[in-house]
Design a protein around this ligand. Structure first.
Ligand code: HEC
Length: 144
């Protein structure tokens, strides 16, 4: 009986110790968001997202003008803009941040144009797409 109680106490103490370990692990990767920004993905991961968004934009802009097209262009451009925004944190060099920031701003401009739906300027959207591509190339020429 006494041995059983001793065992219970040991197990209980062990649990408390484990809990203390878990709660003091404040550097855990799953810390809640909202603090100072810190990217979690590799640059290649961010680039994979940028490439998928960019290809989707090319397809949407070349595609037929059905009812879903403006919102598809708008939201895909916003997704690309946010990835570029993240990318501004991936390098401390001024020119790198400048290109990432330019990609973000151009993508937001494209999103804003697409938002005009029937009144969106097709030529402007196509030249913004070309500007996006030129920005990818400028940064790649220097950093890829
Ligand atoms: C501000 C700089 C910058 C901009 C702008 C940029 N990239 Fe990149 N990109 C990089 C760097 C740096 C790498 C190399 C990453 C590595 O190998 O670690 C890269 C690599 C890539 C890769 C190869 C990923 C792999 O699997 O190795 C693709 C695809 C890519 N970029 C697509 C794009 C597209 C599409 C755009 C424009 C919409 C773009 N990037 C704009 C910096 C940039």
């Amino acid at each position: 009986m006494v041995r059983r109680m001793a065992l219970t106490v040991v197990l209980f103490a062990g649990c408390i110790w484990c809990l203390a370990l878990v709660t003091t692990a404040d550097s855990a990767p799953s810390a809640p968001g909202g603090g100072p920004y810190k990217p979690v993905a590799s640059v290649r991961g961010v680039m994979t997202g940028q490439m998928l968004a960019f290809k989707q934009l090319q397809t949407s802009l070349a595609g037929t003008k059905d009812v879903d097209r403006p919102v598809a262009i708008q939201l895909t451009s916003e997704a690309l803009a946010e990835l570029a925004n993240v990318n501004t944190y991936n390098n401390e060099k001024e020119d790198y941040r400048g290109w990432a920031g330019q990609l973000r701003d151009t993508a937001m401009e494209l999103a804003g144009e697409a938002k005009k739906k029937d009144n969106a300027d097709e030529d402007k959207m196509k030249s913004l797409l070309a500007k996006l591509e030129a920005t990818c190339k400028s940064c790649h020429d220097a950093y890829q």
